[in-house]
Design a protein around this ligand. Structure first.
Ligand SMILES: *[C@@H]1O[C@H](CO)[C@@H](O)[C@H](O)[C@H]1NC(C)=O
Length: 363
């Protein structure tokens, strides 16, 4: 119930935004997004220079427990079948969050040496930073060309949702090695407080993706009236029982994804959004995912995505946990714990993020 209230609040806030700032109705200048990105990049590396080294402390060493199995054959290869594959984006704005997320995963894993990180980046130069922070981590860095999606991105209620790297999760099946047939995708504004191997071993029951579903949420709101009135669009849901899910935590069967060509299916909906006479949705990368997968998602326990801790998309107010156990805390919404902690105005739950922060100026 709380959840529904939050989202209706969010939509009225979004409407107010659109009324007050008519420029949101038009396509925002892609170049402005890019240049603000480059500026913050520049600022980051200039200020990190004053430390004389990397802006992050080295994470504590981590080792496998005795009972961890490891295949001797393909050891240290990304194709080692005993590995747990995790994909996350790394960009300057969310870097502190991504580093904390990785730290939290390693700290709670019984077999941390079996975790392989796949970092998706939109710019070069972050690989040495990862290496210096996590000297023993198994990882690979993949460059995701922003041009691949730039022409497909339409404006949304929050500029952060328009970053090309937000769309990199659609391309994991292409980017990662063919021997990687399952991956856990994680957003950069979360921490894992349980052993990620439990999430990894969840059965998808033949579905291509798994995620916690929220079937009591009003699904209608994720698409426009124009969408629902056109059966050639809304007919996509006929015979399905679509539910909202958050794309910030997903278990993905990349083998099945490749076989069924889901990347192209998502891109087609993004093309429709750009070319139809009226928009079919208002948010960023989420609605195309809902169009392709909602109603066809393997349900994962809600403990693996306690989301919404960043408040709504406009004000970032403080939120409480949903009832039930917690394995993953997710600051989705516009409020981010590192920014609120730095500004000395944290929300109560931000203290649960702080222990995983490796940024040098923090204790
Ligand atoms: C769901 O949202 C739509 C569109 O905002 C609205 O018309 C409808 O009344 C809502 N349904 C419920 C059950 O709240």
């Amino acid at each position: 119930m709380l959840w529904i209230m939050r989202f209706s609040g969010f939509f009225s806030a979004a409407m107010v935004m659109i009324v007050l700032f008519p420029s949101l109705q038009s396509f925002p200048p892609a170049e402005a997004i890019r240049s603000s990105h480059v500026d913050s990049h520049h600022k980051f590396f200039t200020s990190s220079h004053s430390f004389g080294k990397f802006p992050f402390r080295k994470a504590p060493a981590f080792h496998n427990a005795d009972e961890c199995r490891s295949s001797t054959l393909e050891k240290s290869s990304v194709c080692d079948p005993s590995l747990i594959h995790v994909a996350i984006t790394l960009d300057v704005e969310y870097l502190r969050g991504s580093i904390a997320a990785v730290h939290s995963i390693l700290q709670h894993s019984k077999c941390p040496e079996s975790v392989f990180l796949h970092f998706l980046v939109g710019e070069t130069g972050l690989e040495t930073l990862v290496r210096s922070t996590f000297p023993e981590l198994k990882f690979r860095v993949y460059y995701f060309d922003p041009e691949r999606v730039r022409s497909l991105i339409s404006s949304s209620v929050r500029q952060a949702l328009e970053q090309p790297l937000n769309y990199a999760r659609n391309y994991l099946a292409d980017l990662l090695e063919p021997c990687v047939t399952r991956v856990i995708y994680l957003d950069s504004d979360l921490v894992v407080v349980d052993d990620i191997s439990k999430l990894w071993s969840t059965s998808l029951g033949g579905k291509t993706i798994g995620a916690p579903e929220y079937c009591h949420a009003n699904f209608t709101k994720y698409f426009t009236e124009y969408f629902w009135l056109n059966s050639r669009f809304s007919g996509v849901f006929s015979g399905r029982n679509p539910c909202y899910f958050n794309t910030g935590v997903m278990v993905m069967d990349l083998g099945s994804w490749r076989r069924f060509g889901y990347t192209r299916r998502i891109e087609r909906w993004m093309e429709i959004q750009k070319t139809s006479i009226s928009r079919i949705y208002e948010l960023g990368s989420l609605p195309p995912f809902l169009l392709v997968f909602a109603g066809n998602v393997a349900p994962i326990e809600h403990r693996w995505n306690q989301h919404g801790l960043g408040g709504d998309n406009v004000r970032g107010s403080c939120r409480n946990l949903h009832p039930g156990p917690v394995s993953l805390l997710h600051w989705s919404g516009s409020g981010k714990p590192w920014l609120r902690l730095d500004s000395k105005q944290p929300c109560p739950l931000d203290s649960l993020w702080a222990p995983f922060d490796l940024y040098r100026h923090s204790t």
